[in-house]
Structures are given as C-alpha cells and as structure tokens.
Design a binder for this molecule. Structure first.
Ligand code: NAP
Length: 284
C-alpha cells in the first residue's frame, strides 16, 4: 500500500479563505480589524521563523498583528506589564507568547497572565480545563489542526483506536482529549510506556508528537493506519518528522508530510481562534 498524502498546506489555504470572509465580516460589523498580539522574547532562530509565519498568516487573512520583540535579557516584569496592557486593549482579541521564553522566565506563570478570553494558543488552565470538561473553550492550535487533518480524509474517527505518542500539555494531552471528544478509543504513550510497538501496531490512527527524528518506523504501523506526524526536528539543515516517512508511506492509508502537514494547520488554527475570540467577546 502507498499512503495518500494529507496536504496540510492546501487544507490550510482553503480554511484561510473562509477565515478571510469571517475577518471581513467582523471588520464591517464592528469597524475595526480583528487583532492578534504576538510576543517574542530572545533570539531562538526557530521562534523567528514561527513568528514570521504567524504574522504573514494574519496579513493573508486580514487580521491586524501587533508585534512585540524583547531581547534575551528580558525579565518577567516587562512581559507581565505588556500582557496586562494587552488584556485591557480593546483592539486586541488574541495574545500569543511564542515559546520558548529565555531562561529564567517562568513560562507557565507568563501564560497564566493572559486573559483566557484572549488566549489564542488555548494554553491557559481555564481553556485546558474546558477541553477536559467538554465546555466551550479555545482549543490548542496544533491538536485542533490534527483533528481537521484527520477529518479531511473523510474517514470516521468514532470507534477507531487512536494512539498518541507524547503527553505534552501543548500537543499530546490535548490531541488525546480532542480524539476522545470525537469518540475514538484513545491510548496515550510516552517515554515510560512499556512495549510501545504493541500499542502502535493496534492503532487505526497514530499521532506522533515525540520530538525525535523518524522515531516511528514502518514496522510499528498497522496496515491502513492514518499517520499524523507532528514532529519538527532540524538536522543537517533539513526538517524531519517524528515518523520515518519512506517506511510509513508503505504501510499507512493516509499520512501527513513534514514539512507541509501539521505545521501550516497550526498557524491557521491560531488565526481561527483569534477570529472566534473576537466574535465571542462582542457577542456574549
Ligand atoms: P515535548 O514536550 O518534548 O514532549 C515529547 C513527548 O514525547 C513527551 O511526552 C515524552 O514522554 C515523549 N517521548 C519522548 N521520548 C519518547 C520515547 N522514546 N518513547 C515514547 N515517548 C517518548 O514535545 P512537544 O512540545 O509535544 O512536541 C513534540 C514534537 O512536535 C516536536 O518535534 C515539536 O517540535 C513538534 N511540534 C510541532 C508543532 C507543529 O506545529 N507542527 C507544534 C508543536 C510541536 P515523557 O512525557 O515521558 O517525557
């Protein structure tokens, strides 16, 4: 079997078309553009790229971005002050703090300062709790994008065995919660999982969010599985996923490439979250 490629770039572009309409509808109804504040601190080269992509996506869709760049030696006080000001700024509907923050800054503390209504990344405890309880909330971008990618195959999620490898707060755990909400039977694996292969071999859906280049090999994949590769691992000047793509494509029915799979969807879901927050704030 040779898997069909799930084209995250194309899906993302088509979602952005409908987001353009929503952003324009907001502007004509409320007399201003939807606004997203993007805060970056330090000189992490990957962060530079991610922030650039996010600002570009705002431009594409018609969302106004407010960009804040702090040097490596920034302290918590400066960031806290800015977040407080943005929480109160009527032109800002979403706030994004690009991670990682420089050493010495408590990321959890900074993220907790963002008003849950403006938490564009869906990382705040109020939104994480809402996801757990099945309440309306802002969903984390990467997991939300993963669900859209799986749905784009036309395959049913309900009743499938889904294995999520990784249990981070930003990818693994929320991806598992969203799959559960779609009525998959979900197993979460991590570095202490015994016999990982016995789990993945039984999976109709594999979400790999490990952070290790080509970690998931072909012999770990059941024939016909849907494989979503979240990994973004840089080596020899190239980007690699968490899945050994050349092996996996022979086993899976559908697979996301790296790059061009989950990555573009993450950015698009960020813009979607911001537009939804803007409407929610006006209409609730
Ligand atoms: P993370 O916080 O480092 O979490 C990695 C997870 O993988 C942990 O839960 C860890 O288990 C598990 N793990 C590590 N080694 C393992 C092993 N040998 N067997 C099984 N599980 C193992 O990473 P993350 O933030 O979730 O990100 C994961 C990957 O996705 C990274 O490559 C990252 O760059 C990428 N990413 C991509 C996007 C995107 O938009 N495409 C967005 C976010 C992240 P323990 O909990 O036991 O340590």
């Amino acid at each position: 079997m040779s898997a069909k490629i799930i084209d995250g770039k194309a899906l993302s572009l088509s979602i952005r078309e409908s987001l353009k309409t929503e952003a324009a509808r907001f502007e004509s109804k409320y007399g201003r553009k939807v606004g997203l504040a993007v805060i970056k601190a330090g000189n992490n080269p990957a962060s530079e790229v991610y922030v650039r992509n996010k600002i570009k996506a705002c431009e594409d869709v018609g969302v106004k971005s407010f960009s804040y760049n702090f040097p490596e030696e920034t302290g918590e006080a400066e960031l806290s002050e800015l977040i407080a000001a943005l929480n109160g700024d009527a032109n800002v509907d979403g706030i994004l703090v690009q991670l990682p923050l420089p050493q010495g800054i408590d990321e959890k503390k900074m993220l907790a300062l963002i008003s849950p209504e403006k938490d564009a990344d869906g990382f705040h405890a109020v939104n994480a709790g809402g996801l757990m309880l099945g309440l309306p909330c802002t969903k984390p971008c990467t997991p939300a994008g993963i669900i859209e990618l799986i749905k784009s195959t036309g395959e049913r999620i309900a009743g499938k065995n889904a294995v999520v490898i990784g249990r981070s707060n930003i990818v693994g755990k929320p991806a598992a919660m969203l799959l559960l909400a779609e009525n998959a039977t979900v197993t979460i694996c991590h570095s202490k999982t015994a016999d990982l292969k016995s789990h993945t071999k039984n999976a109709d859906i594999i979400v790999a969010a490990v952070g290790i280049k080509e970690f998931v090999k072909g012999d770990m994949i059941k024939d016909g599985a849907i494989v979503i590769d979240v990994g973004m691992n840089r080596a020899d000047g190239k980007l690699y996923g968490d899945v050994a793509f050349d092996q996996a494509i022979e086993k899976a029915s559908y697979i996301t490439p790296v790059p061009g799979g989950v990555g573009p969807m993450t950015v698009t879901m960020l813009i979607k979250n911001t537009i939804e927050s803007a409407f929610r704030c006006k209409e609730n």
